[in-house]
Structures are given as C-alpha cells and as structure tokens.
Write a protein that binds this ligand. Structure first.
Ligand code: URA
Length: 237
C-alpha cells in the first residue's frame, strides 16, 4: 500500500475510533458498555488492512497466552488462543480446551479434534486453508467440566475481538455451551440447530460437539445436515 493510502486508512480509523463506535453484545443486541481491555489497546477493527489485522491478532494471541483474568489460568498448562487463517469461510467455536489442547496449546487436536477435521474436510474446509478454530474459554476447565459463567464472561472479550479481526464469513458452533453463548439462546442443542442465527451480521450454524457424536452415532446424520447448510451459506455469501 502506498503512503497516501496508508494516510487515508489512518484517518478513517481515527474517525471510527472517535465518532462511530457502536458495540453489540454476543447476542447481537446493542450495548452501551466499552469492551473489556484485552491488552491490545485497539477498539475498532473494522477498517484496517489485512497486515494490520495480522499484527493485532498476534498481539491478542500474546495477551491470551499470558491472561490471568479468571481462576482457570492458575490451573492451565497452556492457554489455547486459536488457529487458522484470516478471512476464513468459517470460524469454528468449541467450548474449551481438553487435556491434549492444554498440553499443546492448539485447539481441537485430540480425538474430538481429529473427528472435527474430518467434518470440515467433508465440506472442503480446513484449518490450514479456509477455517479458523477457537473456543469460548481459552484455558482448560478441570476434569473437562463445563466452563462456569464467570469464566465465560472473563473470556468472551477475546472471542469478540477474534471475530472482529479474523472476519469469518460464517460461524459454526459445536456443542451446547458455545451454541448458547454465541446464539444468545438458552435452549437445548436439538432446538438450537433448527435455525440459522446471526452474530453481528455473521450467520451462525449450531451443531453437536464432536465428542457427543463419538459417543452417540445417531447424531452423525443431523451433523451432516448442519454441515451442508453451513456450506450452502458459505457458497451463497
Ligand atoms: N473440545 C473443545 O470444545 N475444544 C477443544 O479445543 C477441544 C475439545
């Protein structure tokens, strides 16, 4: 980018920061609150270059790795920020890291993760090529229990920032917790998957967690239906 364009981007960015800031909650409802400080000092990520978004994302990853905003940080081995590409077709959002993820610092690398990779491959997606994978909470809850409301609250600003910086075309939530948090609806998995939601203008498909499908093969068919709907959304957007 030449200097003139760089200057223009800076002006637009300043303008957005000062006069055009509008926040929404995870459910998409407007919120008057300032976002929690995720340690990077930037608020508006809408008009920045890809290069700048890469830089901000690296800063965010570093902030997540050293976060101690909730008690999970005291018992983790490694925080697990996320992995994938900028501007992906799909951002996959799980619940929280398990033992393998806590050991490696990478999301979805255990048995459930390998299964998830197969789901993605079936609709021509992969974390290397056109997807980004992360979780609601970035540190492992002990004994893989569900993350507590306070732990989720503390971590949500990281997820919001990741979505703003990564800019997925669609979101796939896997499991009841992430479906409820992102869709903003307190209902069963069976109900959640009946419709497509919106998260700040990004379409959201909610499906079962790969661990649940490994335990119960009858869920494979509904998951496949959800994946086809997701692929359709990507192709149409
Ligand atoms: N389950 C999740 O929800 N996330 C992971 O990263 C691994 C397993």
């Amino acid at each position: 980018m030449d200097t003139q364009h760089e200057h223009l981007y800076t002006l637009i960015e300043d303008y957005l920061r000062s006069g055009y800031r509008r926040r929404t909650t995870p459910t998409g409802a407007p919120s008057s609150e300032e976002p929690a400080d995720t340690g990077t000092g930037h608020v508006d990520d809408r008009i920045v270059t890809g290069e700048e978004r890469e830089r901000r994302l690296s800063e965010l990853v570093a902030a997540i790795r050293s976060c101690n905003m909730c008690p999970l940080s005291a018992v983790r081995n490694r925080a697990v920020p996320g992995v994938g590409v900028l501007d992906p077709l799909v951002m996959v959002i799980g619940e929280g890291p398990g033992a393998d993820e806590d050991r490696t610092g990478q999301p979805f690398v255990g048995r459930a993760g390998q299964f998830l990779d197969k789901w993605l491959e079936a609709i021509d997606l992969s974390r290397e090529k056109n997807a980004y994978i992360t979780n609601i909470v970035k540190c492992r809850p002990p004994q893989n229990r569900d993350p507590l409301p306070d732990e989720r609250e503390a971590c949500i600003p990281y997820l919001e920032r990741q979505i703003a910086l990564v800019r997925p075309r669609a979101i796939l939530t896997v499991g009841r917790i992430s479906g409820r948090v992102v869709c903003g609806v307190d209902t069963s998995m069976g109900e959640l998957r009946k419709q497509t939601y919106q998260y700040r203008g990004v379409p959201v498909v909610a499906t079962y967690h790969p661990s649940a499908v490994l335990r119960n093969e009858t869920l494979k068919r509904p998951v496949w239906e959800d994946l086809k709907r997701l692929r359709d959304i990507c192709d149409r957007s």
